[in-house]
Design a protein. Structure first.
Length: 311
């Protein structure tokens, strides 16, 4: 997410400072107009120093992986929950505006299709709970200290630049297997599991709208508004590559076999219009991945025993 947003901001002429715990040489080349500041968001002093002169903060950093949150929930909470608290404190002291990127996983198992922002939240595993904790912290700082902040709840993001060590979402993983001539490994029921896959360019547009017009303390869904089953995703990959994908289905893991699609009306009210179709988005990612990209490194689990069973 970060590298795509940074490119857009820098090419619009903004002075951008990338704050990340990883050393600069692991972040890829920064565009002209972008600078690097190292900080670990788990450390309040480092976070405050890094944001001291900011005018607008997009808080995207954290653990994005549900599987990592199952294996190491403390890392997940320290990064996502405590890290977001530290960002809120720094934003309060700096007086700048904040946009926090949360996740549709906070909704838990949906009871409505499409799902709007007033749907109940019900995290069912650590990642979703830590992201929701971040949301509540942002809202509490808006109410208590009057910070200027709004929240985006992203559905399933895909696009160029994903790191296979940390990215566990379907589009990137499926393409990496298929482009290497390997079967696509599917977790859950291919027909009953549907998702809202949203290209990173649309997420960037949505984040910019939330920064400019989002109401303080409010949450905005960031999705495509299109529902796609895993079977339809596999078929779309076959269409775009011209080769029918092989698949291996693990339907023993059913925790996230459900329908999930965003109602994006609220963000549309700020001017949002998702523009990238699944087919053109897939072609975009394929053009960045090349013929034999690195294979996915994350599995999909919801309980530690599922990994032991798979092993
Ligand atoms: N990828 C998705 O489908 C998706 C969906 C919904 C929400 N999100 C959210 O979007 C955000 C970005 O996700 P991504 O897919 O770009 O992940 P990513 O792993 O590519 O990027 C996260 C960045 O945060 C940095 N980071 C991690 N811990 C840090 C710390 N303690 N201090 C400073 N920096 C730290 C990492 O080094 C990395 O550069 C996350 O907050 C994630 O929860 C992602």
């Amino acid at each position: 997410m970060g590298q795509n947003l940074v490119r857009t901001l820098a090419s619009a002429g903004h002075e951008v400072h990338v704050v990340d715990v990883r050393p600069e040489d692991q972040l890829g080349e920064l565009p002209d107009g972008a600078h690097y500041r190292r900080a670990d968001l788990r450390d309040g002093l480092q976070t405050r120093a890094a944001l001291a002169d900011a005018q607008l903060v997009f808080h995207l950093a954290g653990n994005p992986s549900g599987t990592v949150s199952v294996v190491n929930p403390r890392l997940d909470f320290e990064t996502n929950a405590l890290g977001t608290f530290n960002v809120c404190e720094a934003v309060r002291d700096t007086g700048c505006r904040l946009v926090y990127l949360s996740s549709a996983m906070t909704y838990g198992k949906p009871q409505a299709f499409p799902i709007a922002e007033d749907h109940p939240v019900a995290p069912y595993y650590p990642y979703a709970a830590s992201k929701l904790s971040g949301e509540y912290t942002v809202k509490a700082f808006v109410e208590t200290y009057g910070i200027s902040a709004a929240i985006g709840r992203a559905f399933v993001i895909y696009g160029p630049g994903e790191d296979p060590r940390r990215a566990g979402a379907e589009v990137g993983q499926y393409l990496r297997w298929h482009l290497n001539g390997q079967p696509i490994q599917i977790t859950g029921d291919m027909d009953r599991k549907t998702r809202d896959f949203v290209h990173v360019d649309d997420i960037v547009s949505g984040l910019l709208l939330i920064a400019a017009h989002g109401v303080d303390g409010q949450v905005y869904n960031l999705g495509s508004g299109q529902e796609t089953s895993l079977r339809e995703l596999v078929a779309a990959i076959g269409m775009v590559t011209g080769r029918t994908p092989e698949t291996v289905v693990n339907d023993d893991i059913t925790e996230d076999t459900y329908r999930l699609v965003a109602d994006v009306s609220k963000l549309r009210g700020l001017g949002y219009e998702p523009l990238v179709t699944l087919e053109s988005g897939l072609a975009d990612v394929i053009s960045h991945l090349g013929d034999s990209p690195e294979l996915p490194m994350l599995d999909t689990i919801f309980r530690p025993a599922q990994r032991e069973t798979a092993a």
